[in-house]
Design a protein around this ligand. Structure first.
Ligand SMILES: [Cu+2]
Length: 163
C-alpha cells in the first residue's frame, strides 16, 4: 500500500515537471503554471489560470489583462448564487505582500471574451498582465487539453518542499 502511494506521487511529479521552467519573474512578482484550457468546438470564450507570487512587502493587485486573441479580456471570479455557480467580473485580484494568489478552475480566472480563433492544445499564448502601480508583464500561457484541471499544482508544492 505504501509503495503504491509513492508510485502515484512520482507519476504526478513527472506530469508537473513540464511546468518547472514555465516561470517568469518581474521584480518581486513571479508567475507559475500559466495555462489556458483548449477550446472545444463552438466555444467563443476561454479561461486562463496561473499562480502569482509576490515577494515584496507591498500588497499589489492584478488590475487588467489583454491579449490579441480575444476581443476583450476580463478578470472574473465565480460566486455561488442559489446553488448555481456564476461568473462575475471583478475590478482586481489582490496579491498579498509576501504572499500569493492562485487563479484556478472554480475561482478567479482570466476570461477571454470573443476568441478570434480557438485555443489549440500545445499553443503558447502571450497575455499582458497589468498590476497596480502600472507594471505590465507579458506571461506566456500554455494551452492544455480541455480535460486539464490544473489539479497537478498541489503536487508541485510538495516537490518544492522536498528541496
Ligand atoms: Cu469567466
Amino acid at each position: 500500500m505504501k509503495h503504491g502511494l509513492t508510485s502515484i506521487a512520482c507519476t504526478l511529479l513527472l506530469l508537473t515537471s513540464g511546468f518547472a521552467t514555465a516561470q517568469t519573474s518581474t521584480d518581486a512578482l513571479t508567475f507559475s503554471n500559466p495555462w489556458i484550457r483548449a477550446s472545444v468546438p463552438g466555444q467563443t470564450n476561454g479561461a486562463g489560470y496561473l499562480e502569482i507570487n509576490n515577494k515584496s512587502t507591498q500588497t499589489t493587485a492584478l488590475t487588467a489583462a489583454n491579449s490579441d486573441r480575444a476581443d476583450r479580456v476580463e478578470i472574473h471570479t465565480i460566486i455561488r448564487e442559489d446553488g448555481v455557480a456564476k461568473m462575475r467580473e471583478v475590478k482586481q485580484i489582490e496579491v498579498p505582500a509576501t504572499g500569493k494568489v492562485t487563479l484556478q478552475p472554480g475561482g478567479y480566472h482570466i476570461m477571454f471574451v470573443g476568441l478570434k480563433q480557438p485555443f489549440k492544445e500545445g499553443e503558447t499564448i502571450p497575455v499582458n498582465l497589468n498590476f497596480a502601480g502600472g507594471q505590465v508583464t507579458t506571461v506566456q500561457f500554455k494551452v492544455m487539453a480541455p480535460t486539464f484541471t490544473g489539479g497537478s499544482q498541489p503536487m508541485q508544492h510538495q516537490m518544492m518542499k522536498g528541496h
